[in-house]
Design a protein around this ligand. Structure first.
Ligand code: AMP
Length: 287
């Protein structure tokens, strides 16, 4: 595995592979790797000749009062995990390398970014869309792998790639969970054991809501969200940011319970904000 810190070196390193018509898979991350990230690499290795992973904590997607400074980082450990997983090129630029000038250009995806994390983190998805566009330009991958843990992000990137004619196939990958159900996240490291225990309500309530939907026990999508809210409120340390049930991937209000639905939650435990979701597809495709 080669660790590369500059755009120019990455471009020139990938050039021979491109000329040899090798397929390049790309896994963008913010590091502090866990099995969720590794699952994206595994999927990329199944489908591509070369796998590039980026590790970059992107300041542009953090709001002024968010956790940019305390976002967990351990580059040495990440290197070992990435190498073990079979990453060929690990791109690890610093902020100056990614944003050498004051940027005057941003990428903004409409509508899909107005709900859920887009509503509670203003500007977040502008930061995500902008950095992912830059990374796509630098790596020029054939395929890029994103986790459905961030289902809204997947919808935003898919729309952006479509709208801007970016020649990359977006591959959404399933959520990886701990054996107790908690969705893996770099931020889980901040949870106390009591918070961790209480946070299990997220996956549990989403799973229950999905099962009840399948058994036709809800009359409206509002009822679905209300059910999840009630479940989460049984946990004393949980502070709900949002719970919503929306059409996926448009993230518009659903017309009926038979739409493809995303039930999504964001909940704070102390200073740690966790997100989780479940997709309920009605066209025989389950996630
Ligand atoms: P992050 O480092 O949090 O920006 O995540 C980098 C990529 O890994 C994104 O595409 C995430 O959706 C994905 N990811 C993070 N956690 C998980 C998980 N538990 N399961 C699957 N993918 C994940």
């Amino acid at each position: 595995m080669r660790v590369i810190t500059t755009k120019s070196e990455l471009r020139s390193s990938l050039q021979p592979s491109r000329i040899a018509r090798k397929t390049i898979g790309f896994v963008p991350t913010m590091g502090y790797l866990h099995e969720g990230h590794i699952s994206l690499v595994k999927q990329a290795k199944l489908e591509c000749d070369i796998v590039v992973m980026s590790i970059f904590v992107n300041p542009l997607q953090f709001g002024p009062n968010e956790d940019l400074d305390r976002y967990p980082r351990d580059f040495e450990r990440d290197c070992e995990l990435a190498k073990e997983a079979g990453v060929d090129y690990l791109f690890h630029p610093d902020v100056q390398e990614m944003y050498p000038n004051q940027s005057l250009t941003y990428v903004r995806v409409g509508q899909i970014t107005e709900k859920l994390c887009g509503a509670s983190r203003p500007g977040h998805f502008d930061g995500v869309a902008t950095v992912v566009t830059k990374l796509f330009q630098i790596v020029q991958p054939d395929r890029a792998y994103f986790g459905l843990k961030d289902a809204q992000q997947v919808a935003v990137i898919e729309q952006m790639v479509l709208d801007l004619d970016i020649p990359v196939i977006i591959v959404p990958c399933e959520i990886v969970r701990e054996s107790d159900g908690l969705a893996l996240s770099s931020r889980n490291v901040f949870l106390t054991s009591e918070q961790h225990q209480q946070a299990l309500i997220l996956s549990k309530s989403l799973r229950m809501a999905k099962d009840k939907l399948a058994s036709h026990l809800f009359e409206s999508t509002d009822q679905v969200s209300q059910f999840v809210i009630q479940q989460i409120q049984t946990q004393s340390l949980a502070e709900i940011d949002y719970v919503d049930t929306l059409q996926y991937p448009s993230l518009q209000n659903p017309n009926s319970l038979t739409d493809d639905l995303l039930i999504a939650v964001a909940v704070r435990f102390g200073s740690t904000r966790l997100i989780d979701n479940v997709l309920v597809r009605h066209n025989n495709k389950e996630c």
